[in-house]
Design a protein around this ligand. Sequence first.
Ligand code: ADP
Ligand code: MG
Length: 379
Amino acid sequence: MGLRESENIRVIVRVRPLDERELRRGEDENISCVRANTVQVAEQNGKGKGQKSVAYQFDRCFGPECTQELLFEECGVLPLLDHVLEGYSSTIFAYGPTGSGKTYTITGTGSVDRILRNGSGDVSDGIVIRSVEALFSKVASRSPLTSSMTCVEIYNESVLDLFKSRDKQHLPVKFDTMRGCFFVQDLSYGKCASEEEILKLYMKALKNRSVAGHELNRDSSRSHALLTLYVDSMEKQEDGIVTRHGKISFVDLAGSERLEYSKSEGSTLKETGAINKSIFTLGKVISSLCDRKRTKVPYRDSKLTQLLMDSLGGTSLTIMLACISPSNTNLSESVRTLEYASRAKNIKNKPVVLLDQQQSMVKELQKEIEALRAENRAL
Ligand code: ADP
Ligand code: MG
């Protein structure tokens, strides 16, 4: 590809809607998408001091009103799928604190059983389900597509096979000197020839993930889940059939919240450190890929980046989806997420809009008027 690598990495932000609990508590939305590529954060400067607004720019931003369908169509995953069908690798990962919408974005909210019963087609279907559907419909007119998949969970820097419900051994990660990349030893590959087969296997893996988490008495928000789809597509050409071997990884990262927020102690403390090691290294890998004065890309420093080594950088296309809550109570985590996302692409964000005291007061008064009107209507 003739593109610079930084152009092969898209950084997207998705701000989820306030949830029921946040609405009940009357929490304010302090973060909004003011343009297709700009997120604005309104920070309170302290009582009577007005508000400071900071604008962050990314490749694309999606606000609370964005549906799963719109996100899928506009976040840039479709070109990634074309790239995979051409025989290249791609990665899409969701980053953000627990509760920010990573799993919703990657998988969707439908329960595993509902998807197993009714298949795809729900409005809440996430990127994986929609991508599988799109892959098959893209090739339907051309030629058959065969695929296989792996599903792993990385927990505390060790790798678990999500296709094995009983065998919860941690699998070793080895380096393949011939191919120049890492692989998980003894990992199961699920063969799948149709959209339904892929979904079934994926749901089975998700079920195993929650069972494993339950049995080992831990929370799945502390682990990274990685689904890799190997796609072999064939195309008839004048001089014979050309087979292309592409691959795409979908990564639902562990919550990015900081240690002091998780009130961790003892073993949990170490665990959070290891989780952050993978996330921290992923950030370093992305930013060194985007750096024109390229230094050595630190793929080897964490299990996650070892496994993604051949799908990040080079000819791969990558989407980083930063998920955040709009609520003022999550403000510091959200700002940290936006800063991680900006740093990843070396995007220099500066405060650009400053709301003065008068403007803040007008905003406050408008809110009060709205509340009084609502009270009036209720009488
Ligand atoms: P995470 O995986 O980051 O911990 P989840 O994806 O589980 O967070 O989201 C937390 C909650 O918010 C879930 O109940 C989910 O259904 C809901 N949610 C997240 N994003 C959205 C969205 N864009 N629209 C509607 N509901 C959402
Ligand atoms: Mg989740």
